[in-house]
Ligand binder design. Structure first.
Ligand SMILES: NC(=O)c1ccc[n+]([C@@H]2O[C@H](COP(=O)([O-])OP(=O)(O)OC[C@H]3O[C@@H](n4cnc5c(N)ncnc54)[C@H](OP(=O)(O)O)[C@@H]3O)[C@@H](O)[C@H]2O)c1
Length: 296
C-alpha cells in the first residue's frame, strides 16, 4: 500500500516555519503584503484566490484582493499593476489566471515588478529558473519539490517523468528538478500531447508527475511498481456517493494506482495545499528581500 503524501501535513510544517519568518519581519516593523488581482467572476478562480488570501492572512501577511470587472480595459489593469508595483507596503503581486480572452496575459504578466512577481511567471523569473539563478519559482512546481522534501524522497539521479508541459507546472518543474543541486539532479522527461509511446515512457519513471488536466487519466498500466506518483490535476465531478453533490479528483486514477505506487499524493489534500503554502513562501522571501534592501 502506497504511502500517502499528505499535502496538509507538509503545508502546515512549511507554514509553521514561514510564520516564524513573518514574526521576525514584524519585529523589525515590516508586515509582508500580498496583493491578489482577480478579473471577472470565474468560480474556480474566485475559490483559489479566497484560499490564498485566507491562508496568507492566517500567517500575519497583509493580503487583499482586488476584484476587477471582466470587461476591464487593458490600460486600466496596467494602471492597477503599476500602482501596486509602486506601493511599498505590497511585496507580492499575483494576477490570477486565466484572464478574459481580450486581455493579453503575457503582456500584463511582464508588467509586474519581477521583485514582486511571487507567482514566478514574469519572463525574468522564468529565465532565471532556466539558468539556475535565484528568483521566484512558480508555486505549484515549488510545492511539488517541497512535498518530496517533506517526505524525504530524493530526486538526485532518479528518473522523473512529467506529463504536461504547461508554463505554470510541467515546464518550470522540469527546469527545477533538472537543476544541479540538492533540490534537483534528476533525469527529467517532459511529455505532452505529441509524445509517442507515452504509457511506456511513464512506466520508466521512478517519480511520475501527472499535470495534464485530464481527469483520472493515469491508469495502473502507466505506473511502474514502486513509483512515486504526484497528482497535480484538479477536477470537479458529480459525487456518485452523494447525489446532488460534487467531488474533487485528480489526473490519476487513485484507486487503481495506489496499490502499485510506493507513495502517492491525493486529490484533494495534496499538491493544491502545497501551492498555496509556496505562494506564501515566495511572498515572505519578497518581503525579506525588501527588508534587506531597506537595511533592516
Ligand atoms: N494543484 C494545483 O495547485 C494546480 C495548479 C495548477 C494546475 N493544476 C491542475 O493541473 C492540471 C494541469 O494544469 P495546467 O495548467 O498545467 O494544464 P494545461 O495548461 O492545460 O497543460 C496541459 C498539458 O498536458 C498535455 N496534455 C493534455 N492532454 C494530454 C494527453 N492526452 N496526452 C499527453 N499530454 C497531454 C498538454 O500537451 P500540449 O502542450 O501538447 O497541449 C499540456 O502540455 C489541471 O487539472 C489543473 O487544474 C493544479
Amino acid at each position: 500500500v502506497a504511502r500517502i503524501l499528505d499535502g496538509r501535513a507538509a503545508a502546515s510544517a512549511l507554514t509553521a516555519r514561514l510564520g516564524e519568518r513573518v514574526k521576525a519581519l514584524a519585529a523589525t516593523g515590516l508586515v509582508p503584503g500580498l496583493a491578489l488581482l482577480r478579473v471577472g467572476e470565474d468560480p474556480a478562480s474566485a475559490s483559489y484566490v479566497r484560499s490564498k488570501e485566507r491562508a496568507s492572512r492566517d500567517l500575519g501577511i497583509a493580503s487583499s484582493t482586488l476584484v476587477l470587472p471582466s470587461d476591464i480595459r487593458k490600460d486600466t489593469l496596467l494602471d492597477e499593476i503599476h500602482r501596486l508595483n509602486a506601493d511599498r507596503s505590497v511585496h507580492g503581486i499575483l494576477l490570477q489566471l486565466p484572464l478574459p480572452p481580450h486581455l493579453p496575459e503575457d503582456e500584463l504578466l511582464a508588467e509586474i515588478d519581477p521583485a514582486k512577481d511571487v507567482d514566478g511567471f514574469h519572463p525574468m523569473n522564468a529565465g532565471r529558473l532556466c539558468l539556475g539563478l535565484p528568483g521566484f519559482v512558480p508555486a505549484t512546481p515549488l510545492g511539488i519539490v517541497r512535498l518530496l522534501q517533506h517526505y524525504e524522497i530524493p530526486t538526485a539521479g532518479r528518473r522523473v517523468v512529467i506529463l504536461g508541459r504547461s508554463r505554470i507546472v510541467g515546464r518550470p518543474l522540469a527546469s527545477l528538478l533538472s537543476l544541479k543541486g540538492p533540490e534537483g539532479d534528476a533525469t527529467v522527461t517532459l511529455c505532452h500531447s505529441r509524445t509517442r509511446g507515452l504509457p511506456e515512457i511513464a512506466r520508466t519513471a521512478e517519480i511520475l508527475v501527472a499535470a495534464l488536466g485530464r481527469m483520472q487519466w493515469v491508469t495502473a498500466e502507466m505506473v511502474a511498481p514502486g513509483a512515486v506518483v504526484i497528482d497535480v490535476g484538479i477536477h470537479s465531478e458529480p459525487d456518485p456517493d452523494r447525489p446532488g453533490k460534487r467531488r474533487v479528483t485528480g489526473d490519476v486514477d487513485f484507486a487503481a494506482v495506489e496499490p502499485i505506487a510506493s507513495a502517492i499524493s491525493p486529490v484533494p489534500g495534496g499538491v493544491g495545499l502545497m501551492t498555496v503554502a509556496c505562494l506564501i513562501e515566495n511572498t515572505v522571501r519578497a518581503a525579506e528581500a525588501a527588508a534587506r534592501a531597506a537595511g533592516n
